[in-house]
Design a protein around this ligand. Sequence first.
Ligand code: GLV
Ligand code: MN
Ligand code: MN
Length: 432
Amino acid sequence: MTGTAAWVLDRCDDLTRYSAREDALERVYLSPEHSAANTVVAAWMREAGLDTETDAAGNLWGRRAAAGAPQRPATPGEPALVLGSHLDTVPDAGRYDGMLGVVLAIAVAHRLRHTVLPFALEVVGFSDEEGTRFGKALLGSCAASGQWDAAWWEQTDADGVTLREAFTRFGLDPGRVGDAARRPQDLVGYLETHIEQGPVLESLDLPLAYVTTIAGARRFVLTVTGEARHAGGTPFARRRDALVAAAHLVTRIEELAVAAGCLATVGDLHVQPGAVNVIPGRAELTLDLRGRTDADRDALWERIAAAGQEIARERRVTFEHTETHRAPSTTCDSRLSAAVASGIAAVVPGLDPALPGAPSDGAAPARVPGLWSPAGHDGMAMAAVTGVGMLFVRCRDGISHHPDEHVELADVEVALDACTQAVLALAHQEAR
Ligand code: GLV
Ligand code: MN
Ligand code: MN
């Protein structure tokens, strides 16, 4: 049953076993679970007729030649169409964000294993899309697109382990990370299937959409420093409470983001010394910013930084920031998007493949919906070396980054058909 939607969902269930926690799914970059997941997914790739390899940044690749025979990944010669997504997760994750796209890509490769294509076909399981461990997201796809920045080596995880040390412990050589870079001339495109992670498809009562653009994101660590003192002995006028200042900042960030039409999230907060009878002397917050355009997002950041300084003055604390991640917004490639839209129109009744998406007037067939993705994806990095296309699959209640993440079998069935049709549409174009 390899290659069916039921197989895809069963394999997403299987992957929940590779977790750092017994009670929840958490699989971060360069962890023992990352290694174990790569091993099991590589076995599924080989069943689908792909040869496999883990690259110099821990990404897992599978490949077959145009004629169908397994072939070592990154073999020079025939350029490859790459299908895939990521295998890492956020803490207490759902089972489909990332994993669905990798496993579905393997199912597509299995379905096409006897089909001669005008390009090699590769499947990738990227190793770090979320940035859960080191704060910097898209590490796997940045390595694969030749955008590794040496400044990242000293970023640390929550235990103080640097990225460089984590590489070595995983059995990777930091000095060879450049070997993971793929060359534009070896790639036909990167096509990713992903759950929508939002409510739009559900509201349209449609299972699938193609993606038009992916939001540009920036992430920061914000540090507010005041003074730790006795909770009983310090009158309010003498306090320099870092947490109260941080709390004001958090609500201000939300107000500014709403006014700017952007998204801003403080997702983590640590207070020191963290005792019931000590006024907090230091608060460290993470900030994730996203906007439809990079200019909107950057203008919002300027306002947040100014608000941080203003609150710091008022409350006699200091405000500092470190940027941990920045990715530009990405426009999907028109050729890949057209192939995805034609794949969707071929399998979802009542849709017209014409681009761009527009609402139906009721009489004519509805256009295939094209959605903006406020969530980040590996395509943001891969766009530096090849065209990127994305297929979105409806997920229940739009919920993601939560264990309740859910996709319907029937939606995965049409996603599998649509992705296969998209590959065939690209093959047809390429062969002309
Ligand atoms: C990835 O899921 C992101 O958008 O943060
Ligand atoms: Mn995610
Ligand atoms: Mn994802």
